[in-house]
Design a protein around this ligand. Sequence first.
Ligand code: FE2
Length: 299
Amino acid sequence: MNAVLEEKVSITEAAPGKIGAEVRGWDVTTFTKDSPEPELLRQLIYRNKVVVMRDQYELSEQQYVDFARTVGRPQVYFQPQYHHPDHPEIFVSNSLNEEGKKFGVSGTGRYWHTDCSFEKHPLSFTCVRPIFFPKSARETSYIDMARVYKELPDDLRAYVDGRMAMQEAWPRYKVQTSDLDKSIAELIENFKAECPPQPHPAVIEHPVTGEKCLYISSGFTSGLVGLSHEENQRVMKELFEFVEQPKYVHTHFWEDNDLLIWDNRSLIHKGSKAKPGEHSRMYRIGIYDDLPFYVGIAP
Ligand SMILES: [Fe+2]
C-alpha cells in the first residue's frame, strides 16, 4: 500500500484478530476522486473496520464534505433537524447551542447500534470529525460483529442463522419543539409511518471481506422474525449479553484533529456520555460505497 503514498504517511494496521488502524501524515484535503488514496482508504477500512486519520488540522466543513465525496456518496440524513445549516450532508451531534439558536441534536448514539440499520439500504461507512469534546468521555466504543458471530455458542447461532431480524428506529425518536401538544402515541405513529420497521438478515455476509457478521444491536433490533414475544425476550437478552461482553469492546480514545471512519457492516458502536455541564460537538458524514450492503441485497 505504501508504494503510492508519500513517505511522510505512516499506517499502523490492526494486529491479527483485532480491529483499528491508525494513519498519520495523510492530508485528506489532497484526496481527489481520481487519486489512489480513496480506494486505499476504503480497503484499509474493510480490512481494519475502523480507521483513525490523525492530525487533520485544517479541515473546513466544505473540505470535509469534499473528502467524503471522494470516498463514496455522502448521505443526507432523512431528518433535517440534524443537518448542518450550510451543508446538509453533515449530521450534527451537538450539546451546546448559542442563545436561541438550535444547532443539530444532542445526546446521539449513546447505545449500541449500527448507523441506519433501520433503513432499507443502511450506511456503509460513518465518518466522524469532533469539533470539541467534553473533558471526560473522550471515547467511542466498537464491537466487531464478525468476531462475535465466529464465537457465538451453537444454541444462539441456531436462532440467528437464516433468520430475519427487525430493525426499528422509533424508540430512539427525539422529541422536537414542533411536537408540542402531540400525544406520545401520535408521535410514534407518525414516525413509524416515516421510518417503518425494517427486516434484515440477522447474519449478513460482507460483500468485500466475505465475513459473516451478526447484524443486530440492542439499540435498534427489536426481535427475530418468527419467534413468540416471550421467546424473543429471552433470546435477545441472551444474545445482547453475549455481544456486549467487555472482552469484545474496542475503544477509540479521541485526540484533537482526528478524523475517524468505520465500516457499519461489521461493527456496532456506542458514544460515551459526558458529565452534566460538559459539552461536545461532532460532525458526522454517512458515506455509501454503493456496493450491496450484504450479499443478496441489491446495491
Ligand atoms: Fe452512530
